[in-house]
Each structure stands twice: as C-alpha cells, then as structure tokens.
Design a protein around this ligand. Structure first.
Ligand SMILES: NC(=O)c1ccc[n+]([C@@H]2O[C@H](COP(=O)([O-])OP(=O)(O)OC[C@H]3O[C@@H](n4cnc5c(N)ncnc54)[C@H](O)[C@@H]3O)[C@@H](O)[C@H]2O)c1
Length: 318
C-alpha cells in the first residue's frame, strides 16, 4: 500500500512521519498523540495549555511547517466549556486556521475531530429519526458546540474541494478512558436511574484506545476527498438489551431492521459501517467485556503493530 501524505518533502530525519496534533494535552488528544508516537511517528503538539493558540493563525502555520499530516483535536469540547462566542471562535476559526496551515505545509491529509453531536441528538437536544443512527442522518445540531462541529465538517468539505487535500471528519460518540467502565458501574449502582436520567444517550460510547486506532487508520489508508465517520463501540453500555431500552425510553424512534438485534441483543444503536468500510476500523473494547480486550485480540496485537509501521514507512519514502 502506497500513501502519498505529502507532496514534495520527506517528513523528518530517519524517515519518521511528522504529524501535528492539536489539543494533544486533552483527554482524547493525549492518548492519540501517545499512540502515534508509539508507532514511531514524530508528533508535534499544539495546545493552549502550553501557550499555543488556535486563534493565532501564524502560530498554527508555523507549527504545521514540515508536517505530513495534521490531526486536529484542539477545541472547546462542550457547550459548558466556554461562551458561545468562544466556542465558535476556537472551534470554527481555529479549524479554519488548521486547514490553511495544512495547505501552506502541503500536508497530505487532515484528520479533524468532529462529533456525533452534529446530529442534534445528544443531551436531550432531540431524537434521531431512526436507529441505528448512521452517518447519513440529517445534522440538526442547534447549540453552539454541535453547530461549530457541523460548520467544521462543512469547512473541511469545501477545503478539500478547493485544494484536493483529503480530510476526514471523525464523529466519536462519548469517548471513555479505560477507568470509565468501573466509574459508570459504580454510578449506576448508587443511582440506577442515572443510566437514563436526565438523558439517555442510547448507551453509546467509544473507548479512547479505539479512537486512537481510528486515527491511525485514517492516517494510513488510501484516501482522497472528504469523509465523515461515526465512531462508537460495538455494543451499548446498558442494563437491558438495545431494542428493549429503545422501546422503553424512545418509543417514537423506529429501529430500522430488528433482525440484527435479535442475533446480537446488545448491539450498538449507532452504525459505524462507514468507518469500517473506509478505514477498516473495528472497535475492540466493549461494555460486555468492560473494556478488556478479548484474549484473541491481545494475542494478535503484537503482530498488528509492525504492519502499521510498515504502512508508515511507505509514507516516509514518498
Ligand atoms: N471527549 C469526548 O467525549 C468527545 C466526543 C466527541 C468529539 N470530541 C472531540 O474530540 C476533541 C478532543 O476532545 P477532548 O475530550 O480531548 O477535549 P479536551 O477539552 O480534553 O481537550 C481539548 C484540548 O484543546 C485545547 N484547546 C482549547 N482551546 C484551544 C486553543 N484556543 N488553542 C489551542 N488549544 C486549545 C485544550 O487546552 C485541550 O487540551 C475535541 O475536538 C472534541 O470536540 C470529544
């Protein structure tokens, strides 16, 4: 597999691919940056915690210089994280600065963190038209955070159409760290209603380790154009099977084809087939195993990493 990440320049010494990761001090950016470093990449971080500001276009451009790709996570990551003005400024203008920096650096691709909140179905904002929610569902976010992510996706699409630089908008549902499984179980034990009160989020979550592998895949698969993919675990975090939960808590939302839920009762109510098709991504961490890797996957992981490094080295030789 040959991937042209960058058009005219090797990324760094001894062939390592240089990648700008914005928001690398954050909950998701930290593990993503660490994962890319563990694969041998040369990661340049950019985060306000270190005094870097996405609103400073020249600083973003300077940080991106020489980078083969950008992974953009830096953001105000929730409606409670800032004023509407700040959210729109950082998430929209900041993303625009990242895209301009990618163009100036002649980067091969930009992996941009969007969110499942683009659909306007999180935290009580609205219900989906159907289950499983998929990437073709209308985007109806109206609050600043979800709206900023919608605008970010649209900017990526227009940017790719103009420059030809591939962009991938990743749409994670709630991202969990490995300790979250236990914290959720304890919370539900103390207050069983907290599973669905004040909002039921369809039991959807994705483990941050699976998010990191999605980024790895997004950086290594052949890619052109602009794409948007949901990221969600394969099963739901819930005390009842998916169809039962949906029937009880969201009776107005039809479940498209009930057959898969008869075969796999805890199947996720979010469809990640676009991520599977485009990235070959399969989340391995599940609620049913409380985030632990099933034994066969653990055994395979040692063989998996050299294959990834091989893919990366084919990028380096461009
Ligand atoms: N955590 C989730 O459940 C989740 C779900 C869907 C999408 N996302 C998206 O994933 C990305 C990472 O989320 P997270 O949970 O790690 O958030 P986070 O708040 O932990 O990290 C965001 C990082 O961005 C940095 N940042 C904020 N403003 C900045 C600025 N002006 N300049 C430079 N850096 C700035 C922060 O300092 C922080 O380290 C975000 O884009 C978020 O919208 C997160």
């Amino acid at each position: 597999m040959v991937i042209r990440w960058h058009r005219h320049r090797p990324a760094a010494d001894h062939g390592a691919v240089r990648i700008l990761v914005t928001g690398h001090r954050g909950n998701v950016g930290g593990p993503v940056a660490a994962h890319l470093e563990s694969l041998g990449h040369d990661v340049t971080g950019f985060d306000r915690v270190d005094g870097d500001d996405l609103l400073d276009s020249a600083a973003v451009r300077s940080a991106a210089d020489g980078c083969a790709a950008i992974v953009h996570l830096g953001a105000i990551a929730h409606d409670d994280g800032g004023s509407p003005e700040q959210i729109m400024a950082v998430n929209v203008l900041g993303t625009w600065h990242v895209l301009l920096a990618a163009e100036a650096a002649a980067a091969g691709r930009v992996i941009c963190f969007s969110s499942a909140q683009v659909f306007g179905t999180a935290e009580g904002e609205g219900l989906p038209d159907y289950f499983p929610l998929d990437d073709g569902h209308p985007r109806r976010a109206k609050r600043p955070y979800g709206l900023s992510k919608r605008l970010g996706e649209d900017m990526c699409q227009g940017f790719t159409a103009r420059t030809g630089i591939a962009t991938m908008s990743l749409r994670p549902v709630a991202v969990w760290d490995p300790g979250m499984y236990q914290r959720i179980e304890e919370k539900w034990r103390d207050d069983p209603q907290s599973e669905w009160h004040p909002f039921w989020e369809f039991g959807a979550f994705v483990d941050v380790r699976d998010v990191a592998t999605a980024v790895r895949q997004a950086l290594t698969v052949p890619l052109s154009g602009h794409h948007r993919v949901l990221l969600c675990a394969a099963d739901i975090a819930a005390s009842e099977p998916s169809a039962d939960m949906a029937a009880r808590l969201t009776p107005a939302v039809p479940v498209g084809d009930p057959a898969p839920f008869r075969h796999d009762p805890w199947r996720a109510l979010v469809d990640c087939s676009a991520a599977s098709r485009l990235l070959g991504w399969r989340p391995v961490h599940k609620w049913s195993t409380r985030g632990l890797l099933p034994a066969p996957v653990m055994r395979q992981s040692g063989r998996d990493i050299p294959a990834v490094l091989e893919a990366a080295s084919s990028c380096r030789s461009m």
